[in-house]
Design a protein around this ligand. Structure first.
Ligand SMILES: Cc1cc2nc3c(=O)[nH]c(=O)nc-3n(C[C@H](O)[C@H](O)[C@H](O)COP(=O)(O)O)c2cc1C
Length: 213
């Protein structure tokens, strides 16, 4: 390793998170933070780490893209037969983490996960560029394949099969919605005295706590 990562130290700076100024619903705050993050981080601002657990309770994490967020939940799209798809079928619960370095902000979201309705997946699939639509057919996500050629040949076959036609959404590809039960906002501050405000859903309302950093 060329650089000693143990010696890297950064003093985080950001506006204070003052609970008296925050909205009652955490999704309103999330919306504000996401809008700023998309400006600050460019097109990667909607990238988030998704952690799921398998049937033995072992966690697995990977990055996916947030495609919608409202009071119903946070939506991402994937292959229902992928590793994450099998994990969510077994244990329909997940955690999401956003890290926006230029704002010194982290958001954690946890809750149950459900598949979005077919119409919603169809509408999003139809909005994707044709190459991405084809990719949903070509990529048998998470399956071991012999080499890259295998992928390219498969792509050529699907391209031919759908030439001049609309590409339908594969039934094994669609959206997931994480319905938040917990959302935590972390704002980096100097001297490691970071602000952490956590919202927990209690039936029909949200309770707010400040946590030690
Ligand atoms: C920036 C970025 C964005 C990604 N977005 C998605 C996505 O929206 N959906 C998806 O299925 N995989 C996405 N991936 C790929 C996943 O990280 C992962 O490799 C893939 O979903 C297979 O994961 P699994 O085998 O655990 O199911 C993205 C990867 C990166 C680095």
């Amino acid at each position: 390793m060329t650089r000693n990562i143990a010696d890297i130290r950064r003093d985080y700076e950001g506006g204070r998170l003052d609970e008296t100024q925050l909205p009652d619903h955490p999704l309103a705050l999330f919306d504000d933070w996401l809008a700023l993050a998309l400006d600050a981080e460019g097109e990667d601002g909607n990238a988030m780490t998704l952690a799921t657990v398998d049937s033995q309770g072992r966690p697995h994490a990977r990055v996916v893209l947030l495609k919608a967020a409202d009071e119903q939940g946070l939506v991402f799209y994937s292959n229902y037969h992928s590793h994450k798809g099998s994990e969510l079928a077994n244990v329909p619960y997940a955690a999401l983490v956003f890290w926006w370095p230029s704002l010194s902000r982290q958001v954690r979201v946890e809750g149950p996960v459900e598949q979005v309705g077919e119409k919603e997946s169809d509408a999003y699939f139809a909005s994707r560029p044709r190459a991405s639509q084809l990719g949903a057919w070509v990529a048998t996500q998470s399956v071991v394949i012999p080499d890259r050629n295998w992928l390219e040949e498969r792509e050529a076959r699907f391209e031919q099969a759908y030439e001049g036609q609309e590409i339908p959404r594969p039934v094994h590809w669609g959206g997931y919605r994480l319905v938040p039960e917990m959302i935590e906002f972390w704002q980096g501050q100097p001297s490691r005295l970071h602000d952490r405000i956590r919202f927990e859903r209690r039936d029909d309302h949200w309770q707010r706590f400040r946590l030690a950093p």
